[in-house]
Design a protein around this ligand. Sequence first.
Ligand code: ZN
Length: 457
Amino acid sequence: MKVNFFGAAGMVTGSMHLVEAGDKRILLDCGMIQGGADEEARNAEPFPFDVAGIDALVVSHAHIDHTGRLPLLAARGYRGPIYTQQATAELLEVMLFDSASLQESDAKRSNRKRARGEPEAVPLYTREDVQKTMALVRPLPYHERTPLFPGIEVNLRDAGHILGSAIVELFADGRTLVFSGDLGPKGAPILRDPETPPAADLVLMESTYGNRNHKDRADTVRELGGILDDAWNGKGNILIPAFAVGRTQELLYWFARFWDEWKLSRWRIFIDSPMAAKVIRIYDRHHELFDDDARAVWKGTPNPFRLPNLHATESVDESMAINQIRNGAIVIAGNGMASGGRIVHHLRHNIGRREAHIVFVGYQAEGTLGRRLVNGAQWVRLFGEDHRVAAQCHTIGGLSAHTDQAGLLEWYSGIPRHPPVALVHGEDIAREALAGEIRERFGVVADLARPGMTREV
Ligand code: ZN
């Protein structure tokens, strides 16, 4: 086998690697490049391979930076199978339709503003392309070695990152390639810990947090409880920008676990995201993928997805009605970096109130509203108006869905005979630090994958 590196080699988004095995070509992931406008414009470029030459795809998990260009691949003629875990297949449909709707509305908006003579903006792909993509999806369970072609097999193991996330094992010519996908942290709630593959001849390993370790989760959760108390005593609302998959479900888990201690029954809790509501229903259909602790919590009271004061708001009118509430509301809404979505409307109504609390539970990228608030901005511009930031902003750092440096090293150390490793999905600073640790502890030189680089398995 031979691996060709294209995306997420030297960056965190746009995951995509091409494996050649015999006369077959198998693509691992087909993710969207995310970031500033210049970076995102690269998504529309031609793929760095012949689309007609791809025989199969294997997708590690549903996050858009691993799946976001699948509809584009279908639009450009791909008609082969897309293998992925069963729950990922369900999440994929929600994520890709949402992504296509965003692409369509972005194109519409820029066409409204388009000057005479400027070319018409076209969406990167449409909902029709997503329909074509979904028809190609072949759901697989974990731990079922499946032939893709004669002599080439695939197996998925639990990566513990989001529901359905997988570590991909590819077998061909008596060799084994392991692609870590994104690895979750050990001991995180709801999902099982990432599995360790029993053998590998080459490991493609993520390195998002290759240079640092997370704050303790228990401390983080205590911090969250403290903010709830302060907000109640100060008679304010709590706004939590959160992405629909993973973080929203984890917050509901903690609310159920600390229901009495945090006196949650006195609050009104809103999930103001139609997408998050759909994702919650998918999580709820897959308790078989939960860890033992989560299954016990979901059997107890209150059930995290059925908290008695939990309201999932679908329509825009319902969402706007929340803005009338001056205190006692916890609003979880997308998007997670406050760079768009319903959360921005809630910020507009609360940001000027000293008694309001804004809680950031995820990574805030450079250039987003979330990052400016985390950095202590005094003024922000929302919908063309300047707003003074009087609300209290908090960063809760320890709820990551990615494992940290210690976790990555532990995972790698469990693979027998410490195979060669290529680091993907991390910025250089993170990958260099992780490569240094791997060299020191295991005497293995880890490659930093670069676009255009190839490796024999
Ligand atoms: Zn991910």
